[in-house]
Design a protein. Structure first.
Length: 792
């Protein structure tokens, strides 16, 4: 059979059909009652309410038929909609239009068809109310009239459905408008109640995402003169990448875009693959998994502040005018919040400047460092309305004292507590050591031995605690703070130049206190202002100390020259006396005696001069080290042999001990031998017969430990501080008139320092021991005496 032609008004007809939004809707009881009534009234097995769509015949209600739709090409109803009259087919097999129709030859085996077209009020035929029978039959005029009446009832139901749809749409629009209005109102209220811009921005993106069910919402802020931009607020669906704090999000952004945004341009992209976007922009969106985007400017009086951007990532999205309108309102609210925040910042800056000027003015009125500190803590306490403000100064060992304090009446002075409360002083030291030993970044107000004050630096400018009982402090530290009567505090380091000088601390004793950023800024500015007088005071004190040191050096130089003059003159006087006696006598025995004295004093003078020259040379920074590998097994026996003989001659026992792990050292052999020789010489000189001398070489890590000790002799404790001084001799110690230049131990100390070593001396219970620690391999050590790494 040939399919029915399309009506001339097909486009308008389909538009009317779709306007009713009834296609593919669930079964409706009202329509089902009509088809059931038709089947009973006209005694047909099948009754349908049909709607003729573009390519199909869809059944809104079907009585006696299981299918829901059929092709328009074979539909009887496609013919029925061409005329306002009923289409009646008494026997389809006899009608040339339908005799070969699949619906006639096969299920449902249509023989009889009667269809009343469904015309809307504006004359568009949507479908039919039709009767179907599998046997030929006819309808009376009365029945035909009844069928037309029922068809009008179907149209009434369609109109009712359309009205309900419009009503539902209106209610939905009103509901959406209410939600939008409420959303804008809520954000507006928050703007007027809060000056926290970050909180407002975060609330905005969260509310927008929830309302639009978007995948990502961000607020993008431009820097001054649009040199840089950054995402400052974001909410994103789980599983998608975050853009928060990302800078220069759009590499294709151009200055021309700003002018368009300034004029209220809204960027709406429903599908990034269909909008003919620039390649770089498309690639940027794809890298963030964006499939649809909406961007609105946030415009201030000065220009475009930023953008409110919505991303749809799971699929493209058709942005609705109502959604764009809402976002436009929200962008205006955000602009109000930004402007309000800027005004608040300006006001806060003015207040901070006034408070800072008040403190600085008080500092300028003061004279002298102590008066400046006193004025500073007083003005700070008054400005911050705090219970106590103190200045704490560090000592060289990072302990310290309170040097200035201002407190409200009723609280105990920390200066008095620190000076007179021994229990508190003990708690300060003990607790601080526990805290620092725990390797945690704890703050102590009174004691600091953590990396020479590295806890406070210019990069970590302050520490603040709102409540000591909520700060996860140790019990020890809490007790310490309770001793200070404090509940909350803020501490800022004080610097003299680049050196940590002390701390400026503000305490709240009455209860917890959440310190504001403006208060921290004020404290920081005050510490910066204090840097100058602190540095000036330190420079003055350093200059004064330097002057005293120079005065002492001049005195020491005079004493040294006097001592050297005396020491050099003594051998010369003895030589002159010996020469005079040689001239006076002819006795050969006496002449030999005087010649021996003359030779001895010459040797003494030579040794004295050589030792002085050696000391000057070793103390100089221009004498390079000459390193070499020393095989101890070969060197030691040859070197100590003379000392073994000397000890035997004097009735002394010389014991030599060498660690079996020691074999080779790398050092300057001349300096090393001189150290050993001087120490063994002294030991032999001052060890009584029958006593023991010990010489030991052991390895401690990468250090060589050289120890020389002797029994039977003891250096008084009061003399230990002076034995390394030049020309110093212990009174009444040279019982055997051994002589010497008085420079031996001074040379040992200088040589030990030259070899990057340290020397220790201990003398008690008739035992004197000298211990020197030097590197096993001096080529790997850094030698501070010459300021560069030693090399072979």
């Amino acid at each position: 059979m040939p399919p029915a032609n399309f009506p001339q008004n097909e486009i308008e007809r389909l538009s009317a059909l779709h306007r009713y939004r009834i296609l593919d809707t669930p079964p409706d009881a009202a329509f089902d009652r009509i088809t059931s009534l038709c089947a009973q009234l006209f005694k047909t097995p099948i009754a349908l309410v049909t709607l003729v769509d573009t390519n199909r015949l869809w059944f809104k209600s079907c009585y006696g038929l299981s299918m829901r739709e059929t092709s328009r090409d074979v539909a009887f109803c496609a013919y029925a909609i061409h005329s306002p009259e009923l289409l009646v087919i008494p026997d389809a097999r006899l009608d040339p239009r339908f005799c070969d129709n699949p619906l006639v030859l096969n299920e449902p085996y249509i023989r009889f068809y009667a269809g009343a077209p469904l015309f809307t009020n504006d004359g568009q035929a949507l479908g039919t109310l039709c009767l179907i029978d599998q046997e030929p039959r006819s309808l009376s005029n009365e029945q035909l009239q009844q069928l037309q009446t029922l068809a009008k009832t179907v149209v009434d139901e369609l109109e009712l459905h359309l009205m309900l749809c419009k009503q539902s749409q209106t209610m939905e629009a009103l509901s959406q408008q209410y939600v939008q209005t409420r959303l804008v109102a809520d954000i507006s209220q928050q703007i007027y109640q809060s000056l926290n811009l970050n909180e407002i921005l975060n609330t905005t993106v969260c509310e927008v995402q929830q309302f639009l069910q978007a995948d990502r919402v961000v607020i993008y802020c431009f820097a001054t003169e649009y040199s840089c931009a950054q995402v400052v607020a974001e909410t994103v669906r789980p599983g998608l990448s975050s853009l928060l704090n990302l800078q220069n999000l759009d590499p294709c952004f151009q200055q021309g875009y700003l002018e368009q945004y300034q004029d209220g341009r809204i960027l709406s992209i429903n599908d990034i693959t269909q909008d003919n976007l620039p390649l770089c922009y498309l690639q940027m969106l794809q890298s963030f998994e964006v499939q649809a985007k909406l961007g609105l400017p946030i415009v201030l009086k000065e220009g475009v502040w930023g953008l409110l951007i919505i991303h749809q990532c799971l699929s493209p999205r058709q942005w609705l005018p109502s959604e764009i309108e809402l976002l436009n309102l929200l962008s205006l609210q955000v602009a109000i919040a930004v402007a309000q925040s800027e005004r608040a910042k300006e006001q806060q800056a003015r207040e901070e400047r006034d408070r800072l000027l008040a403190v600085i003015e008080a500092m300028r009125q003061a004279v002298g460092l102590q008066e400046i500190l006193n004025a500073t803590v007083h003005e700070l306490r008054r400005t911050l309305i705090a219970d106590r403000v103190v200045v704490y100064r560090f000592n060289d060992d990072w302990s310290g004292t309170f040097v200035a304090e201002s407190l409200t009446p009723g609280w105990k002075s920390l200066i008095d507590l620190h000076d007179y409360d021994e229990v508190l002083q003990h708690n300060i030291s003990h607790c601080s050591k526990l805290i620092l030993g725990a390797n945690r970044p704890s703050v102590t107000d009174t004691y600091l031995q953590n990396s020479n004050g590295d806890m406070f630096s210019h990069s970590t400018s302050f520490r603040s605690i709102a409540d000591i009982y909520q700060a996860d402090f140790s019990e020890c530290y809490v007790r310490l703070l309770e001793g200070y009567q404090t509940r909350a505090y803020m501490i800022m380091p004080l610097f003299s130049g680049d050196k940590l000088w002390g701390l400026l601390a503000v305490y709240q004793n009455t209860g917890p206190r959440h310190w504001k950023e403006s208060e921290a800024n004020l404290l920081y500015q005050v510490t910066t202002q204090l840097n100058v007088p602190l540095q000036q005071t330190d420079i003055y004190q350093a200059s004064l100390a330097h002057a005293i040191e120079l005065e002492n050096l001049v005195r020491l130089k005079d004493d040294f020259l006097s001592t050297v003059s005396h020491e050099l003159r003594t051998p010369v006087s003895n030589m002159r006396l010996a020469i005079h006696m040689l001239k006076q006598t002819t006795d050969e025995t006496l002449r030999k005696k005087y010649l021996a004295i003359l030779e001895s004093e010459c040797d003494r003078e030579k040794s004295l001069v050589n030792d002085l020259l050696d000391l000057q040379r070793f103390d100089s920074s221009y004498c390079p080290l000459k390193l070499e590998q020393v095989e101890l097994g070969q060197w030691l026996p040859l070197f100590v042999a003379p000392f073994l003989n000397r000890a035997n001659e004097r009735g002394q026992a010389l014991v030599i001990q060498v660690s079996p792990t020691l074999s080779v050292i790398c050092t300057e052999i001349a300096s090393f031998e001189r150290i050993v020789a001087e120490l063994l010489n002294n030991a032999c000189k001052y060890t009584p017969p029958g006593e023991q001398i010990s010489f030991a070489l052991t390895q401690t890590g990468d250090q060589l430990e050289l120890a020389v000790s002797n029994t039977g002799a003891e250096i008084p404790q009061a003399e230990l501080l002076h034995i390394f001084e030049k020309f110093y001799r212990i009174p009444n110690s040279d019982l055997w008139s051994q002589g010497g230049t008085g420079l031996g131990l001074a040379l040992v100390q200088s040589l030990a320092k030259r070899l990057c070593g340290q020397i220790l001396v201990k003398s008690e219970n008739h035992l004197t021991a000298f211990t020197i620690m030097i590197p096993l391999d001096l080529s790997l050590a850094h030698c501070p005496c010459i300021g560069k790494k030693a090399k072979l």
